[in-house]
Design a protein around this ligand. Structure first.
Ligand SMILES: [Zn+2]
Length: 164
């Protein structure tokens, strides 16, 4: 049993070449030791010939904590892109939460909305209280869009500023 000096594969004693990379048994990694007699093209290990391209730099993992509302965002290599990403996520998630909240908690919210739009004791036409409810939900969704959109535009501004 001998270990190939190039690819560390264990080979049987009977073999004169590595079964994995076909390097001679006495090959040295940096040419030290006894010279290999008559190296041919076949002795070039395949993994040297087809080396994978240099791996692209993996994107940094997204950070858990959101940017604090006050104070500048922490310095990063691409702060604009990160802020924009958070803004897009918030612009989707917050309105969705608002819509879900208005749908799920309609029983609890409907009297409150009626109290906002109509005087107590007034006879409210059914179409109007639904209208008022949908209107309130729209206002809430628009309000929930604001933080995400402002973060997104802030990210765009930062990127435009750095692009100069
Ligand atoms: Zn080998």
């Amino acid at each position: 049993m001998w270990i190939c000096s190039r690819c560390q594969t264990a080979n049987k004693d009977g073999y004169t070449q590595c079964v994995e990379c076909s390097a001679p048994r006495n090959a040295r990694r940096f040419g030290a030791g006894t010279p290999v007699s008559a190296p041919s093209v076949q002795t070039v290990p395949p993994e040297r010939r087809m080396q994978p391209p240099a791996e692209r730099e993996a994107p940094p993992p997204p950070r858990r904590q959101a940017a604090s509302p006050d104070g500048p965002p922490p310095p990063r290599r691409a702060p604009g892109g990160f802020v924009r990403l958070i803004g897009v996520v918030l612009a989707v998630l917050l309105p969705l939460c608002a819509v879900l909240f208005f749908i799920i908690r309609k029983d609890a919210l409907q009297p409150f909305v009626n109290g906002l739009f109509f005087k107590p004791g007034d006879a409210v036409p059914p179409a109007f209280d639904t209208l008022a409810y949908v209107f309130s939900a729209l206002v809430a969704v628009l309000a929930a869009l604001l933080p995400g959109l402002s973060l997104w535009s802030l990210g765009r501004m930062v990127q435009a500023f750095r692009g100069r």
